[in-house]
Design a protein around this ligand. Sequence first.
Ligand code: PMP
Length: 365
Amino acid sequence: MPEATATLSPAPRARVQAMKEYHPPLGGRDALRLDFNENTLACSPKVREVLAQISAGSLTRYPEREPVEAIVADHLCLVPEMVALTNGVDEAIHVLFETFLEAGDELLLPVPTYTMYEVYASATDAHVVTVQAADDLQFPFERLLAAVTLKTKIIAIANPNSPSGSVATRAQILQLARSAPHAVILVDEAYFHFHGETIIDLIGAVPNLVVARTFSKAYGLAGLRLGLLAGPARMMRWVRRMLSPYSVNSIALACLPPALEDTAYLDWYVSEVLAARAEFEAALDAARVRRWPSRANFILVEIGAQHAEFVRLMRKAGVLVRDRSSDPGCDGRVRITIGTREQMRHAGTALNQTLAALRAESEAR
Ligand code: PMP
């Protein structure tokens, strides 16, 4: 090899060079995890039983996705051609964007919202058009509708949205779908179980509607990386071309049927979180912390200029929370995941102590 070339390294695509690095703060999480909107407890015991039975021999085989897709489709009252299992919703977003977005296209995005839409869009040649929510962080429906153009190729709506916890109504989603028949309307229902409302029943009936679901939140399987994309069969055929047949591993596939079957566990966990959310909202109100109404397993709160110190002190008290200050329109705001009532009582104590410490600190200045 000529000496000069030894120091050269192959250049990635210009788009990739321009991409921002995204490093979620996953280090040092041995504490109460109220930072990633995960299930804060465990998955169903039925899933653990299946996990315990997985043999070494079964791991020698490539995973077969189709039979499990049929089970999931049945569970959702859809046909298998309408459902693709994915390596988390993140893969669903990635593959959907790679399938549809090209130069000249626009991704329409109400913000603040889930970070990965913009990350994956920035790897394509499409242009991201954002619509900023007002201070109430409600779904900016009218302005989103007004921002639809003939170039709009995907509209991504997290419902409920993160980090705000706000929701879009079925009527709003349908009107957007009708107003942009040339665009894919992605409704990301990652937090569906805590909201209880879905639009997945209209898959197929609305020709440009796709819905994503995850097993990372209520089901408590974030580590397995399991999500799904549901859409009209015609559209899903294109998506499947881009999807690796093996991206969902066999352990995740084995765990999915018992996770779906154990509705009692899921119902229990969701009702526990909803009860904890109501209690924690009362604690925030008592502490005079501004909060945004949430239909999900997290609450966005206003901390103000001391947001970074707040997150640091909460961590010191054993509670991890997520600073969302760098999200558009979210300066000084922190997102707190809701766990069980017991966990949230502990979090409430840490919150009050932290707020008192911050108050003392600012008075001493
Ligand atoms: N969509 C939204 C709105 C999310 O908040 C998250 C996770 N934080 C995801 C998708 C990612 O889900 P998954 O773990 O299935 O990739």
